[in-house]
Structures are given as structure tokens and as C-alpha cells.
Ligand binder design. Structure first.
Ligand code: OSB
Ligand code: MG
Length: 372
């Protein structure tokens, strides 16, 4: 295809409740939605959608939304001008730009969606999905008090979520996990995510998590600390899972070789796209490393793509793919509904969903069309 135009929609989506992690509290998700217009080789018009997962602030990752927008407009799109582009070649065309994986992932996803819509193929079947629904886990933010945490977790369990992930930080860790285990029992699939809030000096403290039979501990140490995660993994029985550190298939290969990860949280945005995400899935599977699909508080656009990815056979643990109502009263797309602990993988062409025009108009705070 030849790309004709990219429209960048910035949307501001209020969250149903504040979401607190070790790096900050979010009450609104400002998201960048890409609307790509292209022309197929046979002259047919193509449209593709994507969501860029960069956040407003560079706290989870060095990337952030205003920068991602600049990179897309000034550095990525010019490299796709007047060239024949496919989903399988766009990553290669953009490789000379260093980093900015979330920006690249969004452009690749928009091209992939346009391509698959043109072919009438769903993203799930393109990836090689082996199931039509994926188990739904929920990421629970840090709550002001343990009592509030127990109420929130109880609510999600009542709704039917099959796995609970507790965000933790120093001072709100061991006792919170103990309280959840004591209230809800040992059968709940439970894991924790520290978002890099600890250092290796905290190993004796983190080891105390071992008694709670957690599925995994996610990213206790810094993004660059592969070696230190390996050292910590040797001191704990709780399986070590990496999120922030896995920025590419190469990083995944290094983490596996070092013994820094027994489990990998795969987020397509963080690794530069869904095709790289699939490569990491394949690599992990060949190495006996479990993977699960992470989330970035996506609207329905990004949620659809995550559900399709999570339907691959190596995704053996429930992902952070909750129903739209976990974060939003009203989603940008038809809402994803969690039913009996599962989310359906969309079956329509491409993402299988698209922004509803009225929702896009309601939440939009900026529209930047770029003709290329
Ligand atoms: O670390 O997995 C994370 C949200 C934003 C940034 C980082 C993370 C998260 C979550 C939420 O845990 C996952 C979701 O979208 O449900
Ligand atoms: Mg995480």
C-alpha cells in the first residue's frame, strides 16, 4: 500500500477510579489514536486504526505522548513517503530511527490493520490465534488503605476476574499481599507488580513474598537491571517476571540467558510492535518461558489487538486484559465485556473494532491530520 494520510487523534478518557502505581496516580488516560488512510496496489482505499500506548509523562518508560507524536510526524512518516509499505516491512523501513518503540508500534499497527481490513482477515487469524477467547486478569492499583484494597479485590473477584495483580511499592507490599491471601484464600491466582520500585538491597524483604504462593513478581528492579534481576531470582522461589526490561526480542534473549526472567509480560508497544511481540512469544516458547499479555490502560482499539495477541498458544498465563468497564464508563469502541472470566477475541477484519464516531468526537482534545 501507499500511505496517503495519517490523522492523529488525541483523546482524553476519564478513568472510573484513580489508578495508582509505584510511579504515580492516573485519573485520566490521554491516548493517541492513529487513523491511517492508504491506497492498495489495486487502487482500493484502505483505512487502519491503532493506539499508541505512550503515556502523558515519561514515568513507566522514557517515551511519552507528546514526544511520540513528534516522532511519528517528523521522523517516522517521512520514511514511508512514496514507498510501498506492508505490515511486514514497515518495521524494517523505520529501523534507522533509534528507540521510540511505542511510536513505531502504533504506525506498524495502523498499517497492519489497514492491510488486514483490505484482505478481510482478522488480526487473530493473522497472528495464529488458537482460541476464540482469552482469560481475563485485572491489575489492581495501590489503594490508600488495606481495607480499601480488600473491598476492591473482592469486587473484581465477584465480577469473575480469574487473576488478580496487585500493584506494590515499598511500605505497601508484604502486609497487603498477606491481607489479600488471608481474606480470599490460597486458590486465587495472585501476582504482584512493583514497576521497578525496589533495589537488590531489598532482596530480604522481597523474599518474604515467597510464602504467599504468588504466580510471579513483576519487575521489582530497574529497567536496566537484568543482571540484578537474575541475582534476585536466585534468592527467591517466586517466579521472576519482567515487564519494563523487555524492550525487544534481543532483550528477551538476554534476560532468558541470564536467568533474569522465568516469565515475560509482553506489551507490543514497549517492544516496538505486534510483530516483535510475536517474535518474543516464539522465543519464550522455545525456551520454556511462560508469557502473558500486559496492558497499558488501553481504549478498545489497543485492547482488541491485545486480545488477538493473547490468543497465541504460548500465552499460558492470564493477561491484563480486563473488560472496558475496568477503566472506562464509556469506551472509544464497542466495549469489551468480561464474561465468565473471559474476553472474546474479535473476529472481524483487522482489529475487528474501530472508534465510534460519537465517542471519538466526545473524547477528542486534538486532531492533527498529516498528509504525506
Ligand atoms: O506495569 O503493567 C504495568 C498500566 C500502565 C503502565 C504500566 C502497567 C500498567 C498496568 C495496567 O498494570 C494494565 C492494564 O491495562 O490493565
Ligand atoms: Mg508491569
Amino acid at each position: 500500500m501507499k500511505i496517503d494520510e495519517l490523522i492523529l487523534h488525541t483523546v482524553s478518557m476519564p478513568l472510573v477510579a484513580p489508578f495508582t502505581t509505584s510511579f504515580g496516580t492516573q485519573t485520566v488516560r490521554t491516548a493517541l489514536i492513529l487513523e491511517l488512510h492508504a491506497t492498495a496496489a489495486d487502487g482500493a482505499p484502505l483505512v487502519g486504526w491503532a493506539e499508541c500506548v505512550a503515556d502523558e509523562h515519561p514515568l513507566y518508560s522514557g517515551e511519552f505522548l507528546p514526544a511520540a507524536k513528534i516522532v511519528i510526524i517528523d521522523h517516522l512518516l517521512p520514511r514511508l513517503r512514496d514507498v510501498e509499505v506492508t505490515a511486514e516491512t514497515v518495521g524494517h523501513l523505520l529501523r534507522v530511527v533509534v528507540g521510540h518503540r511505542m511510536a513505531k508500534a502504533a504506525v506498524e499497527m495502523a498499517v497492519l490493520d489497514a492491510q488486514l481490513r483490505g484482505q478481510g482477515v482478522s488480526l487473530g487469524s493473522y497472528f495464529g490465534a488458537v482460541v476464540d477467547r482469552v482469560p481475563s486478569g485485572v491489575s489492581v492499583g495501590i489503594q490508600p488503605t488495606t481495607e480499601q484494597l480488600l473491598d476492591v479485590v473482592g469486587g473484581y473477584l465477584d465480577q469473575g476476574y480469574v487473576r488478580i495483580k496487585l500493584k506494590i511499592e515499598p511500605g505497601r507490599d508484604i502486609e497487603r499481599v498477606r491481607a489479600v491471601r488471608e481474606r480470599f484464600g490460597d486458590d486465587v491466582l495472585l501476582q504482584v507488580d512493583a514497576n521497578a520500585a525496589y533495589t537488590l538491597v531489598d532482596a530480604p524483604l522481597l523474599r518474604r513474598l515467597d510464602e504467599f504462593n504468588l504466580l510471579l513478581i513483576e519487575q521489582p528492579l530497574g529497567e536496566e537491571d537484568l543482571r540484578q534481576h537474575a541475582a534476585l531470582a536466585r534468592q527467591m522461589s517466586t517466579p521472576m517476571c519482567l515487564d519494563e526490561s523487555i524492550t525487544s526480542a534481543e532483550a528477551a534473549a538476554a534476560a532468558i540467558a541470564l536467568g533474569a526472567a522465568a516469565v515475560i509480560n509482553i506489551k507490543a508497544g514497549r517492544v516496538g510492535g505486534y510483530l516483535e511481540a510475536r517474535r518474543i512469544h516464539d522465543l519464550a516458547r522455545a525456551n520454556g518461558i511462560a508469557v502473558w499479555c500486559g496492558g497499558m490502560v488501553e481504549t478498545g482499539v489497543g485492547r482488541a489487538a491485545n486480545a488477538a495477541l493473547a490468543a497465541l498458544p504460548g500465552f499460558t498465563l492470564p493477561g491484563d486484559i480486563s473488560g472496558s468497564d475496568r477503566f472506562y464508563t464509556k469506551d472509544l469502541t464497542e466495549p469489551f465485556v468480561m464474561q465468565d472470566g473471559y474476553i472474546q477475541v474479535p473476529t472481524g477484519p483487522g482489529l475487528g473494532v474501530e472508534p465510534l464516531p460519537d465517542a471519538l468526537a466526545e473524547f477528542s482534545i486534538d486532531t492533527t491530520p498529516v498528509v504525506i
